[in-house]
Design a protein around this ligand. Structure first.
Ligand SMILES: [Mg+2]
Length: 143
């Protein structure tokens, strides 16, 4: 059983390759995208994605723009931003826009895995609450 379904978004193909292997070894299902546009396509076609690991610095549509789109279209999907020194400000903006957390590149894999697990737990709790609320609503209409 997979612990988490992740979408890794980075324009650095080598980084994607290394991270994908490391995360897969830790029982995670890893999808990947090299741009914001591709990330939105992957989210649309893989409804099982729970957490997005998002590079702040992407060509074309910036990481912050991608974060905004994700939060608009998939509010329950959690996002972890990855940033270099030069773009810490953007990562902080990301927190204001609803990112779960951010990490500095190069990031420690164990720390990243911990953050992913926290984000998945948060998402699942959130979904359970929504299901409970719906059940209660239906029950109250019947009562
Ligand atoms: Mg980049």
């Amino acid at each position: 059983m997979t612990d988490a379904n992740i979408l890794l978004v980075d324009d650095d193909a080598q980084f994607i390759d290394v991270m994908r292997k490391r995360l897969t070894m830790r029982s995670m299902e890893v999808f990947h995208a090299g741009s914001g546009e591709e990330a939105m396509q992957k989210l649309a076609s893989h409804g099982e994605i729970e957490v997005v690991i998002l590079d702040v610095k992407l060509p074309g549509c910036s990481g912050i723009e991608v974060l905004r789109l994700i939060k608009q279209q998939y509010p329950l999907v959690e996002v972890i931003m990855l940033t270099g020194n030069a773009t810490v400000e953007s990562a902080i903006d990301g927190l204001r826009l609803g990112a779960w957390d951010y990490l500095m590149k190069p990031c420690n894999i164990e720390v990243l895995v911990e953050k992913v697990k926290e984000a998945v737990e948060k998402k699942r709790r959130h979904e359970e609450k929504i299901v409970d609320a719906r059940v209660r609503e239906i029950a109250s209409r019947r009562g």
